[in-house]
Design a protein around this ligand. Structure first.
Ligand SMILES: [Zn+2]
Ligand SMILES: [Zn+2]
Length: 265
């Protein structure tokens, strides 16, 4: 398995990634300290719930780190273009390199990206052919973690039995209500934002239209692709095994057909 790391030098992007990472860190530190560990110690919740929370958190941060450091589909300096595919290639007038059609030149990253969807400042990276699957996983697991956090915030406030050994003198005990309110606010914002993004991404993939193409042609209506949705998603995730679509700890290999000069992330 070979991973190629890809970093975009953009202070604004670093700021945005740090903001998303801080939201994840806040909920991964304070929700267990405030809700999970105290209620587990007093026997109000099973250990499986604590493990599930940390698993959701691990999947979410892995998808974030990998989507922001993965090569989105950069073209090589001197690609070998098979003769039969020459008509599907064109010259980029910005970097003066040959690229397959449907590639796009990203001015933030300074190079062309195969089947570029958009440049996302929140991961400080382009979303292209090679990391689109990781971006979808990020949207999905952020929704899962936000929903989990919101449910625990709600239960802590309205449902769980009061703690017998509440440590009022500790920081979390002293500021419990404020910490829960901040967590709920972030959960609502992340769930709403990522939910709409996930829906837009899925409809784009299933209609075989990138965000850039939608904006260029004002194609807001969803035209379903003639291919089955399983095949379309299998190509995005690089495997037909549906269980693997949910795993961010693996490398992606294209299913064949298109031109792929590198080992993929
Ligand atoms: Zn270019
Ligand atoms: Zn970019």
């Amino acid at each position: 398995m070979k991973f190629r790391l890809h970093f975009v030098v953009d202070p604004m992007g670093w700021f945005c990634v740090s903001a998303v990472f801080s939201v994840w860190l806040y909920n991964t530190v304070f929700i267990p300290m405030l809700v999970l560990f105290p209620h587990y110690r007093e026997g109000h919740i099973p250990w499986a719930l604590v493990v599930c929370y940390f698993l959701a958190s691990l999947f979410c941060v892995t998808a974030l780190l990998r989507s922001s450091t993965a090569d989105p589909g950069r073209l090589p300096q001197d690609p070998h273009i098979p003769h039969s595919e020459r008509e599907h290639w064109e010259l980029c007038n910005k970097c003066n390199l040959m690229r397959p059609k449907r590639s796009h030149h990203c001015s933030r990253c300074g190079h062309c990206v195969r089947r570029m969807d958009h440049h996302c400042p929140w991961i400080n990276n382009c979303v292209g052919e090679d990391n689109h699957w990781l971006f979808l996983q990020l949207c999905f697991y952020t929704q899962v973690l936000s929903l989990f956090t919101l449910a625990l915030d709600f239960c802590q406030y309205y449902y769980f039995q009061p703690l017998a050994n509440l440590r009022q003198e500790e920081f979390t005990g002293h500021h419990e209500l404020a910490l829960l309110r901040v967590s709920s606010f972030m959960g609502l914002v992340m769930f709403g934002g990522m939910g709409s993004l996930f829906y837009t991404q899925l409809t784009g993939i299933l209609s075989d239209t990138t965000t850039i193409e939608k904006m260029a042609y004002f194609k807001n209506e969803v035209v379903p692709s003639r291919r089955p949705w399983q095949q379309t998603l299998a190509e995005v995730f690089g495997t037909r095994w549906k269980l693997l679509w949910f795993l961010p700890f693996r490398s992606r290999r294209p299913l064949g057909g298109a031109f792929h000069p590198h080992v993929h992330v």
